[in-house]
Design a protein around this ligand. Structure first.
Ligand code: HPA
Length: 272
C-alpha cells in the first residue's frame, strides 16, 4: 500500500477518537512517559488498535497514543517509540512521525534518554539538542521519494529549530532548570558503547549518545516540521569509573529527571 494511503487509513481511525486537528506532536523516550500527566486527556489509543502502527517491545515504553490538550493547544503524544534495534525498518520507526504530521502537528517535540560524553554533564542533567550526528548506516528516506510528502534531498542545516531552542532555553531559565545545549549522536544500539566508542563519539563532536531521535528528526525535516528535542542524561560514557550501565539504570535516571523535561515541554507548548 502506498505510504499516503496507509497514512490516510491510520488517521481516519485516529480521527474517530479525536476529530480536531493536532497542534503539537510529542514523542516520549525511555522512562519519560509521565509527561502524558501534563495533558488534559481526551483519549488514549493503544498502538495495537492503530492500523499500520508497529507494536513496541521495550520495557518502559507503554505503547499508546495519548491525545488531549495543554492549555489551548491540542497535543498528540506518542508514549513509547519504535527503535531500529527492535528490528523495525527505518520507515516503520518513523511512521508515527508521519502520522503526527498528517494529523496536523505544526511542531514536533522529541525526548530521549542518552549517555553523556561531555565532561561537564552529570546524570539527571537535561541537554537541549542543537544538532545531531547520525551514526546509523541507513536512512529512513532511502528508496523512492514521495514528492507530495517532501523533497528528494532535504536540507539539514537547521534540524532543531533555533526558535524553539530559544523558547526552551527561556522556559528553562524562568523555571530555574539548568540545561546544557549540545550535539546528539544517534547510534543503532542495542549495545551501549565501548569505552573506545564513547571516546571516539566525543572526539567527533558529540555531547550525548542515544539510540533514537535522528531518524525521526530526518523524517520531520523531510516534511518541513520544526523540531525541538531534549536528552535526559542517564549515564556518563566517558567517565571510566562510572560507565557500566544497564537499561534499568537508564530508566531510573530518566524517570527521576522527567519532571524537569516535562516542565520545559509544557512551557514551550503553552508559549507556541
Ligand atoms: N548509549 C547509547 N544509548 C543510550 C545511552 C548510552 O550511553 N544511555 C541511554 N541511552
Amino acid at each position: 500500500m502506498a505510504l499516503q494511503d496507509q497514512l490516510k487509513s491510520t488517521t481516519d481511525i485516529i480521527r474517530q477518537y479525536f476529530a480536531e486537528p493536532i497542534d503539537v506532536g510529542v514523542v516520549l523516550g525511555s522512562g519519560l512517559s509521565n509527561f502524558a500527566g501534563q495533558i488534559e486527556i481526551a483519549c488514549e489509543i493503544p498502538y495495537e488498535d492503530i492500523p499500520h502502527f508497529p507494536v513496541s517491545t521495550v520495557k518502559g515504553h507503554k505503547g499508546k497514543l495519548v491525545i488531549g490538550t495543554i492549555g489551548s493547544k491540542r497535543v498528540a503524544c506518542l508514549a513509547g517509540r519504535f527503535h531500529f534495534y527492535e528490528g523495525y525498518t527505518p520507515e516503520q520507526v518513523t511512521y508515527p512521525i508521519r502520522v503526527l504530521r498528517a494529523l496536523g502537528s505544526k511542531v514536533l517535540l522529541l525526548s530521549n534518554a542518552a549517555g553523556g560524553m561531555n565532561p561537564a554533564f552529570r546524570v539527571g542533567d537535561i541537554m537541549l539538542i542543537r544538532d545531531h550526528i547520525s551514526m546509523f548506516q541507513t536512512n529512513p528516506l532511502l528508496g523512492p521519494n514521495d514528492d507530495a510528502l517532501g523533497p528528494r534531498f532535504p536540507d539539514m542545516s537547521e534540524p532543531y529549530a533555533l526558535q524553539l531552542l530559544a523558547l526552551a532555553k527561556k522556559g528553562a531559565d524562568s523555571l530555574s532548570i539548568p540545561v546544557h545545549e549540545g550535539v546528539y549522536v544517534g547510534v543503532t544500539g542495542p549495545t551501549f558503547e565501548t569505552r573506545a566508542e564513547y571516546k571516539m563519539l566525543h572526539l567527533l563532536g558529540g555531547d550525548a549518545v542515544g539510540m533514537s531521535t535522528v531518524q525521526e528528526n530526518i523524517v520531520a525535516q523531510h516534511m518541513g516540521m520544526p523540531v525541538l528535542a531534549m536528552s535526559v542524561i542517564t549515564d556518563l560514557g566517558i567517565r571510566e569509573d562510572l560507565n557500566t550501565i544497564t537499561h534499568e539504570e537508564v530508566l531510573e535516571a530518566a524517570n527521576s529527571a522527567e519532571p524537569k523535561m516535562s516542565a520545559i515541554f509544557k512551557y514551550v507548548v503553552e508559549q507556541l
